[in-house]
Design a protein around this ligand. Structure first.
Ligand SMILES: *Cc1c(COP(=O)(O)O)cnc(C)c1O
Length: 227
């Protein structure tokens, strides 16, 4: 396995950031431990995975100071496997899932940091909350009972397209929603400070539109080969 471009890729990506304070989450899904170690040696501490089993297997084999981000659709019955160590769950796409995370956090006496995933793309298949659901939930009483989660902000994925005008407008819409929610009288469990948007193909647009965290896979590790 030849991964020798990883440090160079990281340098090039961080140099091209529109916002140098934006956090880089290196998305290591499908990539071997050796590749993650290379990125780690180059200074990366934030890694993102989209499958629970892969995430837990990698976590066991790698240094403890890595901050693991769950970025993929999470099934409720699998929350327990990542609850003890996960740094941030970006992909909280329903109230039922959030309740389960709160429950697992309670068992561990841990407050689990989360982002709420908002549906911004035009594709049907993408998970997430819409604006109305979010506003209702954040203004409601249910959230006040949830002592073992902390909502740090929002996550969104733009439509998979070459149309940068469309991508930009989706990111801008998410940023507008983020600012609007920030203006609400939010409960203690909610703080709108992180906006996770942008991937290898669109992170510069996302940063121009206010992203605080980008999730970059192929740009760091090279193209993925799915079997
Ligand atoms: C795979 C993935 C990414 C990274 O995609 P790249 O195009 O390889 O940068 C970002 N976010 C999510 C949710 C992903 O599943």
């Amino acid at each position: 396995m030849e991964n020798s471009n990883i440090p160079t890729n990281i340098t090039n990506i961080t140099r091209s950031f529109v916002n140098p304070d934006c956090r880089l989450v290196a998305v290591s899904k499908t990539k071997p431990i050796s590749a993650i170690k290379e990125a780690y040696e180059a200074g990366i501490r934030d890694f993102g995975e989209n499958k629970v089993q892969e995430l837990t297997e990698k976590e066991e084999q790698l240094p403890e100071d890595i901050r693991w981000h769950m970025i993929g659709h999470l099934q409720r019955n699998k929350v327990k496997y990542i609850a003890p160590f996960v740094h941030l769950i970006h992909s909280v796409d329903s109230l039922r899932l959030l309740k389960q995370i709160n429950k697992e956090g309670q068992k561990l006496d841990r407050v689990i940091p989360c982002l709420l995933q908002v549906h911004i793309a035009s594709e049907e298949s993408k998970y997430g909350w819409d604006e109305e659901e979010l506003t209702t939930f954040l203004n409601g009483d249910e959230i006040k009972e949830m002592q073992h989660i902390r909502i740090l902000g929002l996550m969104g994925m733009a439509t998979y397209t070459d149309d940068t005008v469309k991508i930009r407008s989706e990111f801008r819409g998410l940023k507008t929603l983020f600012e609007r929610l920030k203006g609400l009288d939010l409960p203690d469990q909610v703080q709108m400070s992180e906006l996770s948007m942008g991937m290898s193909g669109d992170y510069r647009i996302a940063q121009e539109e206010g992203s605080t965290m980008v999730r970059i896979g192929s740009g760091v590790f090279g193209e993925r080969n799915y079997e």
